[in-house]
Design a protein around this ligand. Structure first.
Ligand SMILES: O=C(O)CCC(=O)C(=O)O
Ligand SMILES: [Fe+2]
Length: 269
């Protein structure tokens, strides 16, 4: 369903007078459809979430960042390195945070925790970009929203691939850690890559369209991206929300408590 058909119009969002971002308002019924798609197909899409003009400016920013990295892989984590861009405006917009909270609540059936969004701009290019293909993993956060910024239009386009919803939200960090140890080791990763490339492992393939906003249960789904041509840029902005294990003493003990989203610092502040 096209967003324009929701009839609710766009909202202009301003950040410090610098950037204006025009975002569609998503009615709750549309969010419920999105969540149903995430549960049933593995992912939901809001087509044309970001306007072409906004996207064009973001594209120039990415090209600059990749050029500064010597036309190689670069990832920018948090709001600071993307200050003044649409990505910062987006992650600090209450409407955007509310959308992720609503997805969380409709999916998890419990109130959204008081945590900020964790954002990453991930740019693949060159040989180093290729090294980031098919690195299958679970995210640490329940909801993943993915905005493709630049996607190659021919050759290897770097589709998102996933085995959706293969695990529940674990009741304890220990079970989550066991899952991660099983998946996050070089042997499993190698075997999964091999099985996928040989066609033995069938995964849901999602072609990426810049400007669309894709949602999936990153914590519950094994996922990664296919390779993209090393001479082209593939850039995706990721917004993660809802870390179920912030209070785990085990995580603090094992030193994996690098809490990247801030707890008790909701975005709307
Ligand atoms: O860029 C992508 O398509 C996915 C990246 C991802 O899953 C992640 O950064 O957690
Ligand atoms: Fe991920």
């Amino acid at each position: 369903m096209a967003l324009g058909a929701s009839g609710s119009g766009n909202q202009l969002i301003e950040a410090g007078g610098a950037e204006m971002l025009s975002l569609p308002e998503i009615p709750r019924e549309r969010t419920a459809e999105l969540v149903a798609d995430m549960n049933m197909k593995g992912f939901g899409v809001l087509p044309g979430y970001v306007q072409p003009d906004d996207l064009a400016r973001l594209r120039s920013f990415v090209e600059g960042a990749v050029s500064a990295a010597g036309e190689q892989y670069v990832s920018l984590t948090g709001a600071d390195p993307v200050k003044g861009t649409l990505l910062q405006v987006l992650s600090s917009s209450p409407a955007f945070a509310n959308l992720l909270h609503e997805v969380y609540e409709l999916g998890a059936g419990v109130p959204a925790p008081d945590q900020s969004l964790y954002q990453v701009l991930r740019c693949l290019k060159g040989e180093t970009g290729l090294k980031h293909a098919l690195l299958f993993h679970f995210d640490s956060y329940v909801v993943t929203a993915l905005l493709p910024v630049i996607i190659p239009t021919e050759g290897l386009t770097g589709k998102l691939v996933m085995a959706p919803n293969v695990r529940p939200i674990r009741s304890s960090y220990l079970f989550n850690l066991i899952d991660k140890i099983i998946l996050d080791n070089p042997v499993t990763k190698f075997l999964l890559r091999k099985a996928y490339r040989s066609g033995l492992l069938k995964l849901t393939q999602i072609p990426m369209v810049p400007g669309n906003l894709y949602f999936f249960w990153g914590y519950r789904s094994v996922h990664g991206n296919e390779a993209c041509d090393p001479d082209k840029i593939r850039a995706t902005a990721l917004f993660h929300f809802g870390d179920p294990h912030t209070n785990s003493r085990l995580r603090k003990f094992t030193g994996r408590a690098k809490t990247r989203a801030q707890v008790g610092a909701a975005q709307s502040s």
